[in-house]
Write a protein that binds this ligand. Sequence first.
Ligand code: COA
Length: 318
Amino acid sequence: MKYSKIMGTGSYLPEKVLTNADIEKIVDTTDEWIVERTGIRERRVASPDENALTMAEIAGQRALEAAGLEPSDLGMIIVASTTPAMVFPSTACLLQARFGIHGCAAFDLNASACAGFIYGFGIADQFIKTGAIKYALVIGSEVMSRIVDWSDRSTCVLFGDGAGAVLLGPSEEPSVLSTHLHADGAYHDVLYLPLNLTKTPSVESLMMNGSRLFKLAVTILDRLFDETLLANQIEKSELDWLIPHQANIRIIQAMAKKLDLSMDRVTVTLDKQGNTSSASIPIALDGAIRDGRIKRGQLLMMEGFGGGLAWGSVLLRY
Ligand code: COA
């Protein structure tokens, strides 16, 4: 039996910081409301010359360097993004060209929104486990600032821009233990980004029913954790880290409580970065690996959920 394992990680955040005080000047809101309801204090915003491709390239390069690999080693590039550089070709193909490599599989995943990175990770894991490919680069890269309505206080305060990447490769020892991917299109109207091809510009703004989504997230993640632990016959007390999608600190705290994990065993980046959609999990993972909090041998659970609704988890021994 072959397994996949994390060989290296990387991330990138744009330089520009937009604080809650800055947002108070744009919409009718307060720092107090945003911090209390979401935990977010500031977020990063891409400059006009940055996009999902430029950020993916830096994060991907950093993951390759951390793994000690070259772009020519890659058998697959997956870019999870709801805000790709182009509709087509995929940001993954554009990245392949920037890397100067030819022939490996390269595609984007946009349908699973904030769960996109977990979906990409699950797909890459299957290809590596079967021996079909050796190395896969899985990236989440988002410029959410370009799809939020900056006059809608209920959504514009929540999101941020950035990219995170994970380099997966083969392992003889068990490392990625299981991946769990799910979706339920019955909830398509809770979070969506309309595309109206009869209009210019044809991409509209992100729409969200926040309170409904909040309740769904808590219920869905609760079930997802049970499923993940049961599939691996492990107790929650064995977990070292939870790396959750960064949507709302109250959701994250509820999930930590469910797993009996103290908050210092949970990666939290949303205070400084907001919700970077499919980039949030790999950015948080990379940060905690690089600063030494997450160590080799520890047991990690990652979870993501987003538009679709789509959700998923990964259990791995790092
Ligand atoms: N500043 C001040 N007031 C705001 C506001 C803002 N930025 N945004 C909304 N409000 C107001 C609303 O207008 C509403 O006012 P009303 O009662 O007079 O109508 C009030 O605050 C409560 O709104 P509500 O949406 O019920 O607040 P909430 O406690 O549910 O918090 C979210 C809103 C969005 C923070 C929360 O629902 C959430 O995080 N949901 C999940 C989001 C998520 O997971 N998204 C990403 C998935 S990938």
